[in-house]
Structure formats: C-alpha cells, structure tokens
Design a protein around this ligand. Sequence first.
Ligand code: ZN
Length: 294
Amino acid sequence: MLRGMGMPEPGGLTPVVDCHAHVYPPELAKKALAFREQRRLEGESNYDGDTDLDGTAEAYDAWLEREGFAYGVILPLAMKPHQVHKLNDFTEKVTKRFPRLLPFGAIHPDLDDLKATLEDLKARGFLGVKIHPFFQKGATMSPFFEPIWLRLFEACRDLGLVVLTCTVFYDEIVQKSPRAANDLARLPQAFPGLKIIAAHLGAIYNWGAIHEELLGSEVYLDLSYALGFLEQGTVLEIIQKHGDDKVLFGTDTPYGSAERNLERFFKLPISSQERANIGGLNTLTLLGKQEGLR
Ligand SMILES: [Zn+2]
C-alpha cells in the first residue's frame, strides 16, 4: 500500500520509485553488509545499519512490493574494467527476473571497448550507467572534464543513457572546494542532452559546496544519504533552490536503510505535488518509464 502520497493518479495510485539501490548475489551481499557493519562499528554514523534488507534482489524486490513502489533502480559498480561484463550479466538476469527492478549498467572509464560496451548496454535495455570517479580512478578532486570521462559522457549522451555519479571527493571534503559540484553543474551545457544524476544531493560530506552552481542547474540530485544526515531545513532549502522537478528519491540500500529513508521522506513537510514529483514522477520521466503511471 502506498503511504502518504496523497495525490490521485490514473489508477488511483502514485508510483514511488527508488532511484538508487544496490543488489548482489548472496555471497557478495554478505560482504556488503559486513562492510556496512564495520563502518558502523567504527563510528561512521553515515551508515544506517538497521535495515531488514539483506542486499539480495529477492529481499529488495519484496520490500518494494510491500511498500507499493513501481520501480527500484539497480546500480552496479565496477571497481576494475574486467568486472564490467560479469556485473552487467548479473544485473540483466535479476532485472529480467524481477521486472520491478530497472537496470543501470556497470561501466569503467579504462575499458578498451568503452563505446561498444555502452552500445551493447543500450541494446540490452539498460537505462543508464553508474560511475564512481573516486573508487574507479582514485579521483580525489573533480575529474569530470578529464578526457577519459568526457568520452564516456559523450557516448552516453549520444546513446540516451542516463549517467548516475557518486559524489565522494575527499580532497574537496578537506578543502571544502566546490569544484566537483561546479563541474557537474556545467556538464549538461558541455553535452546538451546529457542526463546526469548526482547522488547524495550532489556533494556527500560537502553539501555546502552545492550552493555555488549546482543548485538550479540541469543536473538531477538524488536524496540518498542526505535524509537523516542533513537538517531537514537544509534539505528543504536545497529542494526549493534546485526545483522539485529535479530531485529524486533514493535509498542507497543496503548501505542506507531503505525503511528509514522512506520514513524520513514521508516526514518531509513538502506539498503532495512535490512529494509525488520527487517520490517517483521525476524518475519515471527521466527514464522514459511514464507507463508506470498506468
Ligand atoms: Zn550507492
């Protein structure tokens, strides 16, 4: 059952979409949960370690169904180029088995056959790709205008693949530099038509940076990690400045608690129209899945 959406839609329900989730085969899921638990024990309050979800597609899909979600977007991450194809095969398999799960592809900027891999992902029905410049290339400062990333953005734009990027840049956390957020803001101008989502409201650990240029830009921002770690007033201010048509609900399960983030989202004092947009309509439009409304 849908809770609190409060906005009638065709069919009587407004879909909710989680635009940021990870699922793993059972063995790797155990490792992901162990990583999360270790970070929590180390005092990393950023890890919500109290979810019932175990990191598998089965558990996540059951949770989405229980909560009345239309879709959850699966984001595999390739730390090394050789992992790309295996991860994409796994993601294809689980998203075919669970049609509520929408596939983003794993990609790595060092792949020799980058363009052919992206073309293959598009042909297989993948809707976008996930990148993580810090984990994939050790980028501590903004890498977005470096040639290896530019060729990836260009190919994704040409193929109509959405790019979701993580926003961890440790030097920026130390220096409080807005460079990565500002570069992100400029990407849609550099590649007109490129659809890009900046995870964690655009600047995890460095949210102050996003006020410079990113807010109000054409970049989509997802809410994962922001709910619960930012003051509610700050989240509201970001939504207001950026526009509720470009903010997307996301949980980052199993690293973030799906349950708690959904609760926090429903507690945000926003209008029913804003909640419907952020809760799912924006992601459906962005991914061309508006038929989820019917
Ligand atoms: Zn994530």
